[in-house]
Design a protein around this ligand. Structure first.
Ligand SMILES: Cc1ncc(C[n+]2csc(CCOP(=O)(O)OP(=O)(O)O)c2C)c(N)n1
Ligand SMILES: [Mg+2]
Length: 557
């Protein structure tokens, strides 16, 4: 039912009705006086749409971004003008690089003072011009249904991404008799029959083909379909940086991640391969060893590139065959293709890749009482397959991504944008969306403090996440680069931290310190059963940089 009076609805009510029509169930925000009519309209339908109030816009917008990743529908976030929008920009960038559907609504000064650099005024078209997929300002309440409908379509069609809409304050109070638009439709490209036939023939001829998955716009069914395709053609399957959940990592064709800290043996096989079939991925810097993995613009391997955005094909690499198709439609079609390859001929190629992967994920010896590899491996074999594992940026992520096997679609919530502070808001959004599932956030000491304030949000909404803080008292990743370029000159990368246990308890969370690897399982059980958000801190040596590199190694080299 519309919140309709005889003179019409306020802009805020028209906007909220549009959200409801488009299936929105959760809205994230940090409130601002610039969008009070929206808050009021949300109050009137509070039984239908949950409002999650956060502590900082970076946290709020990252929660909305994670909602977009989990559901495939745009995450919705409201922030105030000026400083609210600048705080929120971090997650607009994440949504851009991670190809996530997101709609960020930003307050704006009233129409009559626009252009004077009024209080907190910004030109959002300029500010978000290079990061949003579309940014605009709604200057009349009558145009809200049209522009919101477009926002949903743009955010989800082709390569998904972020949309920013600015809302002049007086427009939201304005009364309008405009009619609602229908629910949005998302449009996707489909592969032609000819291109599928050509692909089939290229694969049938190849001796050492490799399938690489990545990007946005997938769903659970597509990941199952693509696995069937890999089986029919005997293809080893790699996933790009932080997209490891596009195939069950226990599937016999999965051979590892192409990202930072990747298996050198997988790198060798990519070099040796004669055909790469890349589905959904852009093959950006982090998935190509800094643009060294594939020759630009002509890789020495034959290249089949499948992408939902036609502009990605030929953007960096000239494909032998470019296919403009959404991963979902492509995977459904590829699943039906029949192989005429003699699978026995390439079985060694596949088995070697798989064995290399299995060897790579065995935990290795480390310095000190905490072996992070063993702890991740413990979780890998004990937690339910649908548990969420989230992280931000930092060297601690190398252990998570190397030793954990993601088994279901969208259980890995990790920013390909490399933004610190992502893990906690993502874990909270996941727990709010699926309270019945475990939601585990890995964070470095640096990473945790970037959005640690959202622990208050988790407590407020009973989002009982489990946070594992890997505390090495440094921005370890930066220290590693520093040691490489300026050995011994440690500067600006050490951290003097708060007592994380006391801090978490002050927020109302359960918290404990784990000092030895063997103590982790019991602490994890207590965290799971705490009935509130929980934090487990583990202190690791500042000598350890990555699973296979120490500070001393670097100083000796
Ligand atoms: C928002 C943001 N700021 C800065 C950086 C640069 N950066 C990348 S990793 C890192 C250090 C991370 O430290 P921590 O979370 O403690 O993890 P560690 O590397 O010590 O394991 C920094 C500062 C970044 N990626 N994102
Ligand atoms: Mg650290």
């Amino acid at each position: 039912m519309n919140v309709l009076s005889s003179k019409g609805r306020t802009g805020g009510q028209v906007l909220v009705d549009a959200l409801r029509i488009n299936g929105v169930r959760t809205v994230y925000c940090v409130p601002g006086e610039s969008f009070l009519p929206v808050l009021d309209a949300l109050y009137l339908i509070r039984d239908e749409i949950d409002l999650i109030t956060c502590r900082q816009e970076g946290g709020a917008t990252h929660m909305a971004e994670a909602y977009g990743k989990i559901t495939g529908e745009p995450g919705i976030c409201f922030v105030t003008r000026g400083p609210g929008s600048t705080n929120a920009s971090i997650a607009v960038h994440t949504a851009r690089q991670d190809s996530t559907p997101l709609i960020l609504f930003v307050g704006q000064v009233e129409r009559g003072v626009l252009g004077r650099e009024a209080w907190q005024e910004l030109d959002y078209r300029q500010m978000f011009g290079s990061i949003a997929k579309w940014v605009d300002q709604v200057d009349s309440a009558d145009r809200l249904p049209e522009m919101i409908s477009r926002a949903f379509s743009v955010a989800t069609s082709g390569r998904p991404g972020p949309v920013v809409l600015a809302l002049p304050e007086d427009m939201l109070f304005e009364l309008s008799t405009v009619k609602d638009a229908q629910k949005y439709q998302s449009s996707q490209a489909a592969p032609t029959q000819e291109s599928l036939m050509e692909m089939q023939s290229l694969i049938n001829k190849a001796k050492k083909p490799l399938l690489i998955l990545g990007g946005g716009g997938w769903n659970a069914q597509a990941t199952l379909d693509i696995a069937v395709f890999s089986e029919s053609f005997g293809l080893p399957v790699a996933c790009v940086f932080r997209r490891q959940d596009l195939i069950n990592n226990q599937h016999p064709n999965y051979v590892g991640e192409i990202g930072l800290g990747m298996n050198p043996k997988l790198l060798e096989q990519i070099n040796e391969s004669d055909l790469l079939i890349i589905v959904g991925a852009r093959m950006g810097e982090t998935s190509t060893n800094g643009y060294t993995l594939l020759d630009i613009p002509n890789p020495k391997q034959a290249l089949i590139h499948v992408h939902g955005d036609v502009n990605e094909l030929g953007h960096v690499y000239q494909p032998t065959l470019g296919i403009n198709a959404s991963p979902i439609i492509f995977a459904a079609a590829a699943k039906k293709l029949k192989s005429s390859r003699a699978l026995s001929e390439s079985i060694d190629w596949l088995n070697t890749a798989r064995q290399n992967y299995l060897n790579f994920i065995k935990p290795i010896e480390t310095i000190g009482e905490i072996n992070l590899g063993e702890i991740v491996a413990y979780l890998n074999t004990t937690i339910p397959d649908d548990s969420y594992i989230t992280n931000g940026a930092g060297n601690y992520t190398l252990w998570v991504q190397r030793f954990f096997q993601y088994k279901k679609f969208r259980t890995q919530l990790a920013p390909t944008s490399g933004t610190m502070g992502y893990g906690l808001p993502a874990a909270i959004a996941a727990k709010i969306e699926h309270p019945e599932r475990l939601s585990i956030c890995f964070a470095g000491d640096g990473c945790f403090l970037m959005n640690g304030q959202e622990l208050a949000t988790a407590v407020q909404y009973q989002a009982n996440v489990i946070i594992i803080v890997v505390n090495n008292s440094m921005y370890g990743s930066i220290r590693m680069h520093q040691e490489r370029h300026y050995p011994n000159n440690v500067w600006g990368s050490t951290l003097s931290n708060p007592n994380f246990i006391d801090l978490a308890k002050a927020y109302g969370a359960h918290a404990e310190l784990v000092e030895k690897t063997a103590d982790f399982p019991a602490a994890f059980e207590r965290a799971k059963n705490a009935g509130r958000p929980a934090l487990i801190e583990m202190q690791t040596s500042d000598e350890i940089l990555t699973p296979r590199l120490t500070v001393s190694d670097l100083r000796r080299s």
